[in-house]
Design a binder for this molecule. Sequence first.
Ligand code: NAD
Length: 269
Amino acid sequence: MNNRKKLQDQVAIITGASSGIGAGIAKALAAEGAKVVVNYSSSADKAEKVLKEITDAGGEGFTFKANVGKEPDVIKLFEETIKRYGTVDILINNAGLQNDAKFHEMTLDQWNHVINTNLTGQFLCAREAIKEFLKRGVVPSKSRSAGKIICISSVHEVIPWAGHANYAASKGGIMMMMKTIAQEYAPMKIRVNSIGPGAIKTPINHAAWQTQAAYNNLLKLIPQKRIGEPEDVGGAAVWLASDDSEYVNGITLFVDGGMLLYPGFEDNG
Ligand code: NAD
């Protein structure tokens, strides 16, 4: 029997991995044999805690501080990874934030902050990853692809979201960037896909689940009647990063408990 793990000997950078979905994905990839770079922007202690859980479970990795919205930081993140581990095989473009306001009250700083982190940050990281994938090409002993990028988008790449125009625009932008680079680099065996989470229990949306009343309200939007956990997204990321999905390119895999199924129509509309 072949006991080789699905991501054995591959190197994965996970941005914004000190909490929530990023931490869940880092743990899931490490459990499948990937060496993981736990990127964080400010919370070194939280990133170290995530790494300790990974190493305690027999995994390998290191933490690295970088603001994904800053080009020199992103370049250093990739340089350090390549210096330590020789290459990068998988990029999880996960770092993201919200800065909500009614549209007519939204400041340019609020708009720019969210677009710069959520969309420009994914551009900067994807560009460095693709440079490395093109340079290295396919290593058949590791994977049938020259590299894999997984963009963490949102159901809000398709569902409009009042009061969050900057966030929804960033996620819609990620969708077209992802599809465009998937098309551009598929001939070079680079795969680019997105995961569109629904409501996942993390710090970003604590207001939506921290009280019973808020949680009950949230469940009206989720046909499966439970909030998602970071592990739900971790499993999807492992699949998209592994050769199990080798013929999958340019899609968004929604991990949302059915949120996109128009739950308002559940009871005859
Ligand atoms: P989170 O707040 O726990 O995680 C976001 C992470 O990104 C944090 O660790 C934060 O420090 C990091 N980050 C923010 N700005 C950064 C920067 N400039 N450079 C590097 N790191 C930075 O929230 P989460 O829910 O885990 O969010 C992860 C991703 O999932 C985000 O892109 C978010 O939009 C997306 N998402 C989350 C949900 C959900 O319900 N939780 C739903 C859809 C999409």
